[in-house]
Design a protein around this ligand. Structure first.
Ligand SMILES: O=P(O)(O)OC[C@H]1O[C@H](O)[C@H](O)[C@@H](O)[C@@H]1O
Length: 548
C-alpha cells in the first residue's frame, strides 16, 4: 500500500536513467554481439525479442529488483489463490480460474471450489453450441439457426469480438456471428436488416444486466422479433443471456437453462474466457474455445512460475514502467502485423486503460507518479501509411510492441514475406534512425544540388534510439491468441503492482453514466437547465431544436 517512489530501486532507476541517456541502443549491440540472444525469451508459443530497448544488464537487473521490491511475488500468489486483491470492491480477481478448470481440480475461494462452477458453465456452453450447430435448436417456426447476434458493450463485447476476428480461419460456416454494442441506432439497425427473425438467436451479454446500451439494444431486438412474427411465448427460443443478474434475465424472457452465469471475481475486461466468450465458441466451435483457454492457461503458468528475468509479462510490464516513469512516455503502441489481429489494440486499450487509468494508491492516497499510459495501435503495414511518421520523427517517445506470426493462414505470392519484412524494418528504423550525414549522402546520390542537400537533408534526419519489443509466434491459432491476450492481462497486473494501485475496479466510469441519465431526462422534457453550465445548456437546446 505504498507509492513506488518509496522503493529504494525507484531512486536507483532514476539515477540509472541519467547514465543511459548518453547511450544509444545501437551501441549496445556493438558492445555485446550476444545481445539479441540474451534479450530473447519464450513462453506459451511466443518469442519475445526485447533487445531493441534502452536497457543494458544493469537496467534489467534494477527492473527485476523493482518488481521484487514492489511485492510482485506476493501479488501473484494473491491473485492465484483468490485473495481479495480488488480491495475497493472486496473481491477476488480470478480470470485465471476460467482457463485453469481443465488442468486443475480445485481452487477454493471463500470456501467454494470455483473450478466446479467454471466446468459446469463450460458444459452448459458446450451443449448450447452443439444444439445450434447440429440443428437441434430450432426457432419458433421450426427452422434451424443461421445467425447469432451478441449484444453487449465494453468487456462484454470487445474481447469476444476481437478474438472471434482473430480466429477467422477457424470459423464454422453454418452460423454467422454478429456483434452489436453501440447505442447509436445505426449499429443494431444495420445488423437487423441482414437477419431473418425465424433463424436468429440473440445472446445478451451483460454482467450486471443493467448497462443502458445493452438493455436498449436488447429491447430493440426483442421488439423487432415480436414485430416480425415472434411472440412473447417464443422469446426464449431466440434469446439467451450471459449475466450474474439471473433475476433480470428471466424477467426479460430468457429460459433459465439459457442463462449462463458470471461471477463477481471476473472483471468485465477480463471476462472473454467466461460465458461472455460464447460468441467465440459459437463462431469457431467449442474445441477451439478450449484451445484458447489452454493457451491462456499456459501463459498463466509461465507468469506464475517463471523467474522474473525470463518472464514475458514481467519483462514487458517493467520495461513499460521504465519508459512511462523514467522517460515520460505518455502512450504505448501495439502494432500487430496480422490482418485478423487488427482490432486487438482496441481490446488491450480497455484492458489496460480501464485497469491502470487510476490516480489513487491502494490505500486511497493520491499517486505521485504517472500510471497507465494511453494504449493505441492498429494493423501493420497500414499504420506505416498513417501514423508511423510520428513514431519516427515526432517529438514524443512511443514504445511499440510489434506482433507477428511467422506463417500466414493465407499464403499468396510474396505477401507474407513483404509483411514480415516491413514489421522488422519498422523496429529497425525506430532504433537506428538516419543521421544528417546519411541524409546528405542519400540526396547527393540522388543527384540533388548542394543547395537542395542543405535545404532538405535536415528534414530527413531520423533520431532513432526509439524502443520496441517484437513478439513472434509460429501461427495465430486459438492457443497462441489465448496466450497473447493472457500475456497482456498479466503485463497490466505487473504495472499495477509496481504503481501500488488497484487494477481491478473502475469507479471512473460511474460519473458519466449518472450524468448521462440526467442529460437524457433533460433532452426528453421541458426541464429548467439553468443550473447547468452554459455549454451544456446550449447543446441541449440545439438538440431539442433539431428534434422539433
Ligand atoms: O457487462 P456489463 O455489466 O454490461 O458491463 C459492460 C461494461 O461496462 C462498464 O461500464 C465497465 O466499464 C466495463 O468494464 C464493462 O465491461
Amino acid at each position: 500500500m505504498r507509492s513506488p517512489t518509496e522503493l529504494t530501486t525507484w531512486k536507483k532507476l532514476a539515477d540509472h536513467q541519467q547514465e543511459m541517456n548518453s547511450i544509444e541502443m545501437k551501441s549496445l549491440f556493438e558492445a555485446d554481439p550476444k545481445r539479441a540472444e540474451k534479450y530473447t525469451t519464450h513462453a506459451a508459443g511466443w518469442t519475445l525479442d526485447y533487445a531493441k530497448n534502452r536497457a543494458n544488464e544493469k537496467t534489467l537487473s534494477l527492473l527485476t529488483d523493482l518488481v521484487k521490491e514492489a511485492g510482485l511475488e506476493d501479488t501473484i500468489k494473491g491473485m492465484f489463490s483468490g485473495a481479495h486483491i480488488n480491495n475497493t470492491e472486496d473481491r477476488s480477481v480470478l480470470h485465471i480460474a476460467l482457463r485453469a478448470s481443465q488442468a486443475q481440480e480445485s481452487l477454493m475461494v471463500d470456501g467454494v471450489n470455483v473450478l466446479e462452477e467454471v466446468r459446469a458453465t463450460l458444459k452448459q456452453m458446450e451443449k448450447f453450441v452443439a444444439q445450434l450447430h447440429s440443428g437441434e435448436w430450432k426457432g419458433h417456426t421450426g427452422k434451424t439457426i443461421t445467425d447469432v447476434v451478441s449484444i453487449g458493450i465494453g468487456g462484454s463485447y470487445l474481447g469476444p469480438k476481437v478474438v472471434a476476428e482473430a480466429l477467422t480461419p477457424y470459423k464454422k460456416d453454418d452460423i454467422k456471428v454478429h456483434f452489436v454494442a453501440n447505442i447509436d441506432g445505426s449499429d443494431i439497425t444495420g445488423k437487423l436488416k441482414q437477419l431473418n427473425p425465424e433463424t436468429t438467436v440473440f445472446v445478451i451479454s451483460s454482467k450486471t444486466f443493467g448497462t443502458l446500451e445493452t438493455l436498449s439494444n436488447a429491447n430493440a431486438a426483442r421488439d423487432w422479433f415480436l414485430s416480425h412474427g415472434g411472440s412473447e411465448a417464443s422469446v426464449s427460443k431466440h434469446f439467451a443471456a450471459v449475466s450474474s443478474n439471473v433475476k433480470k434475465a428471466v424477467a426479460f424472457g430468457m429460459a433459465k437453462e439459457n442463462i449462463f452465469p458470471m461471477w463477481d471475481w471476473v472483471g468485465g475486461r477480463y471476462s472473454l474466457w467466461s460465458a461472455i466468450g460464447l460468441p467465440v465458441a459459437i463462431a469457431v466451435g467449442m474445441d477451439n474455445f478450449y484451445e484458447l483457454l489452454d493457451g491462456a492457461h499456459q501463459m498463466d503458468e509461465h507468469f506464475r512460475t517463471a523467474p522474473f528475468e525470463e518472464n514475458l509479462p514481467v519483462i514487458m510490464g517493467a520495461l513499460g514502467v521504465w519508459y512511462i516513469n523514467f522517460h515520460n512516455a505518455q502512450t504505448h503502441a501495439l502494432i500487430p502485423y496480422d490482418h485478423y489481429l487488427r482490432a486487438m489494440p482496441a481490446h488491450i486499450q480497455q484492458l489496460d486503460m480501464e485497469s491502470n487509468g487510476k490516480a489513487n494508491l491502494l490505500n486511497g492516497d493520491g499517486v505521485e507518479t504517472d500510471t497507465g499510459p494511453i494504449i493505441w495501435g492498429g494493423a501493420g503495414t497500414n499504420g506505416q501509411h498513417a501514423y508511423h511518421q510520428l513514431l519516427h520523427q515526432g517529438t514524443r517517445l512511443v514504445p511499440v510492441d510489434f506482433i507477428a506470426p511467422l506463417a500466414s493462414h493465407n499464403p499468396i505470392g510474396e505477401h507474407h514475406t513483404q509483411l514480415f519484412a516491413n514489421c522488422l524494418s519498422q523496429s529497425q528504423a525506430l532504433m537506428v534512425g538516419k543521421t544528417l550525414e546519411q541524409a546528405e549522402q542519400e540526396l547527393r546520390d540522388a543527384g540533388a544540388t548542394t543547395d537542395q542537400v542543405a535545404k532538405i537533408a535536415p528534414h530527413k534526419v531520423i533520431k532513432g534510439n526509439r524502443p520496441s519489443n517484437t513478439l513472434l509466434t509460429d501461427k495465430m491459432t486459438p492457443a497462441t491468441v489465448g496466450a497473447l491476450i493472457a500475456l497482456y492481462e498479466h503485463r497490466t497486473f505487473v504495472q499495477g503492482t509496481i504503481w501500488g494501485i488497484n487494477s481491478f475496479d473502475q469507479w471512473g466510469v460511474e460519473l458519466g453514466k449518472v450524468l448521462g441519465t440526467d442529460i437524457f431526462n433533460r433532452l426528453v422534457s421541458d426541464s429548467d437547465n439553468s443550473a447547468l453550465d452554459a455549454s451544456t445548456q446550449a447543446l441541449i437546446k440545439a438538440f431539442k431544436k433539431a428534434q422539433a
